[in-house]
Design a binder for this molecule. Structure first.
Ligand code: PEP
Length: 241
């Protein structure tokens, strides 16, 4: 989208111990110098603080992969938005399909998490996307529209919130929608969120398909899973933006 700086975000998921996570972050930071796109890495919660310290002052921002909907309290095992901000995060992914599936997160919960992120100075990246059954039933666009309507809180656009379209069946599978299908969903998203909100595509983005996907109208970056664990691959995707 004209005038919009692309965002290339890496979702490490549940990967990374201190040694390899910090090495990966440092390699991305070193290779990220001079790349036009904004680069973000989202390590597991255990590494957010150390990775943020390691890449501070460089071209790479750090994000969490999820946050709780309240700031603190009796929620064993959860991490809140102010905790992530305090650890050095600037972004947080909310509503990833793995969270929606594994932890039964509804649109209402995702909306509350995004609101908490904004309230504590984090930029939320809200994920939406249809399942294979929904795509085959011709429901992809309506599913995504309903998710966006239900998952974006008040103040989302003003806070610079990001939406990631991630078809569930494309995540980690090596399968991607056609370019026309991606463009169609992103056009619908653009209608819903207006001109300034960055819209990412996610789902089996690799160095080999990144340039074509990132050139599509209304695709303002990518959310990258598997390929974000290999510095050279992730940087190649960032350079393609
Ligand atoms: C993701 O889960 O955010 C993702 C896009 O994964 P992958 O790139 O591995 O498909």
């Amino acid at each position: 989208t004209p005038g919009v700086r692309p965002l290339i975000a890496g979702n490490w998921k549940m990967h990374g111990l201190a040694a390899d996570g910090l090495a990966l972050a440092r390699a991305v930071a070193a290779g990220g110098e001079g790349i036009a796109a904004e680069i973000l890495v989202c390590p597991p919660a255990t590494l957010v603080m150390a990775v943020a310290a390691a890449v501070q002052g460089g071209p790479v921002a750090v994000g969490g992969q999820d946050c709780h909907l309240v700031a603190k309290g009796a929620h064993t095992g959860d991490v809140s938005a102010p905790m992530l901000a305090d650890a050095g995060a600037r972004y947080v992914i909310v509503g990833h399909s793995e969270r929606r599936a594994d932890h039964h997160e509804t649109d209402a919960v995702v909306k509350a998490k995004a609101a908490s992120a904004i309230a504590h100075g984090l930029v939320p990246i809200v994920c939406v996307g249809e399942t294979l059954a929904q795509r085959e039933a011709g429901e992809a666009e309506s599913v995504v529209r309903v998710q966006v309507a239900g998952s974006l809180p008040e103040g989302f656009v003003a806070a610079g919130g990001v939406v990631a379209y991630e078809p569930v069946w494309a995540i980690g599978t090596g399968r991607t929608p056609t370019e026309a299908d991606i463009a169609a969903i992103h056009a619908a998203l653009r209608q819903a969120v207006g001109p300034a909100t960055r819209l990412l595509y996610g789902g089996s983005v690799k160095p080999g398909n990144a340039a074509a996907i990132l050139a599509l109208p209304n695709v303002d970056g990518a959310l990258v899973g598997g390929a974000s664990l290999v510095a050279e691959d992730f940087l190649a995707i960032a350079r393609a933006a």
